[in-house]
Structures are given as C-alpha cells and as structure tokens.
Design a protein around this ligand. Structure first.
Ligand SMILES: [Fe+2]
Length: 271
C-alpha cells in the first residue's frame, strides 16, 4: 500500500473523527436514554422522514453524476433498494422472495435480478412505523414539514453528496458512511425500544433496526471506498476533504436543530 494513500487515509480519518458531530451528538445521547414523550418521537419521525425521502433525490443526483459505469451501478444499488427492490443475497437464511418486512429482508446482496415490492420501500417502512403515532402519509416526507435545519441538511446532501464533482461527492460519501457508523442508529433504536415499552404501543421498529444492521455491513467497506477514490483519475484530495467536512457540517446542523427543538443545550459550534 502506498505511503501517499496511507497519509491521505490518516488525514481523512482525522478530519472525520475530530468533527464535533462525530465526537458528540447530544441529541442522540439524550434520545437513547428513552425518557421520551410522544411529541418527541413524532418530531424525530417527521424530520427524519424528510431527510429519508429527500436523500433519494440526492442519491439520484449521485447516479446521474456518476463518472464510471461501476459507480453508476453502485449508486443505483442504493437508489433502487431505497425505493423497494429487495437485495438478492446468495447466503441461505436471507430472503428475497415475498418478504418485504424490514425484519426479514437482507442488508446485503444486489438489486440485480431482485424483485420490486411497494411495501419494501424504506419510506413505506417509515409510514408503518409512524401510523400508531398518529402520523399519516401526508404528515411525512414533504419539504413543508422540514424545519429550516432539516431543509438545510437535505439541500447540502443534494449539493455535496450529489455533486457533479467526483472528489466532492466521494468525500461526502465517505463522511456519510463514517457518520452512520458513529452509532446514531443504535442510539435511536435504544430510545425507541424504551418508548415503545413505556407507552405500550405497537410500533414496528424495522425501519430503524434494518438501517442499523446495514451500517454494520458498510463499516467494512469504507476503507475500500477511500482507496477507490484515491485511485480515481479525477481525484483531488483537497476537494475530497472539503466535501467530507462540509457534509458533516450539514449533518451537524440537522442534529443540532433537533437538539434545540427538544430543549437541549447545543454547545458545539459548527466550525
Ligand atoms: Fe434507507
């Protein structure tokens, strides 16, 4: 492995690990304790639904701006799965067939030859989760439901993660992976489990638990992706690092918005 690659890897890792939102996420730490009222959970659900729905647009931009057939296909794997094409996995025990429940569908495999099911769309999982909270289809996902900080985040996703510039987009992908690996899904799941128990609500947590499992898979791939980016003919280290930093700044605005809405003190400032 080249020394230049190793030096760059260290630089990228340091940037991500030093970022305030990776170091501490006061909202998720608070949420994980599970001392939540119904409005707390409803607010998270609505804001998360706006992020989750508009992530699809950013992912489509990523596909449209792909610079190779391979990355075009990789982008579509995520996009199509998000929309309801179930991964086909070779390993037994993982199902592709008629199962559309997030508790049952796999987190690995390919959409190539996979089957589309309306009910396997991640947004539909979220709709099912939200129903017992009194949130219907039109209460979720629309831009008009997003707070200014949520909208800032989704617009940054579109601009940076879906960038026309290869290095900027690759840096944002790298940052998003690291963010997701930092454990926020687990914290949300912990809080939601406690809330479900306390309220005696029939909440299907599949949307949250599936994504948590998915991120555990992704953790192994982050290094590979950095290596791929480094070898790409259009790779520019400065634009990669700027893409990563700006994306994490956007992530920070999202969580800090939720923290403020929950009445928590927001200490870390966007750098
Ligand atoms: Fe998803």
């Amino acid at each position: 492995m080249s020394t230049r690659l190793e030096a760059f890897r260290t630089k990228a890792e340091d940037l991500v690990n030093a970022h305030p939102i990776v170091r501490a996420n006061s909202y998720c730490a608070w949420f994980a304790q599970g001392d939540l009222c119904r409005d707390d959970v409803r607010h998270l659900t609505v804001q998360f639904s706006v992020f989750s729905q508009w992530f699809i647009q950013a992912q489509l931009r990523k596909v449209l701006n792909a610079t190779s057939l391979e990355s075009y296909r990789e982008g579509k794997e995520i996009l199509m799965n998000e929309l309801g094409v179930v991964f086909r996995a070779d390993s037994p025990g993982r199902t592709a067939g008629k199962d559309v429940d997030p508790e049952l569908v796999g987190v690995e495999g390919t959409v190539e030859g996979g089957t589309y099911h309306h009910r396997a769309a991640h947004f539909e999982w979220l709709i099912r989760f939200a129903e017992p909270l009194g949130l219907g289809f039109n209460a979720l996902g629309k831009r008009r439901h997003g707070t200014p900080s949520t909208l800032h985040f989704v617009d940054e996703l579109s601009r940076i993660y879906g960038s026309e510039d290869y290095s900027t987009g690759a840096g944002a992908s790298y940052a998003v992976e690291h963010w997701a690996n930092a454990g926020f899904w687990k914290q949300l799941v912990a809080g939601l489990k406690a809330f479900k128990e306390k309220e005696g609500l029939d909440l299907s947590l599949g949307f949250w638990t599936w994504h948590d499992q998915l991120e555990q898979q992704h953790a192994d791939h982050t290094d590979e992706e950095l290596e791929e980016a480094f070898a790409h003919p259009e790779f520019d280290p400065d634009r990669f690092l700027a893409g990563a930093r700006e994306m994490l700044d956007g992530v920070q605005v999202f969580w800090e918005g939720l923290a403020r809405d929950a009445g928590l003190a927001v200490t870390a400032k966007t750098q």
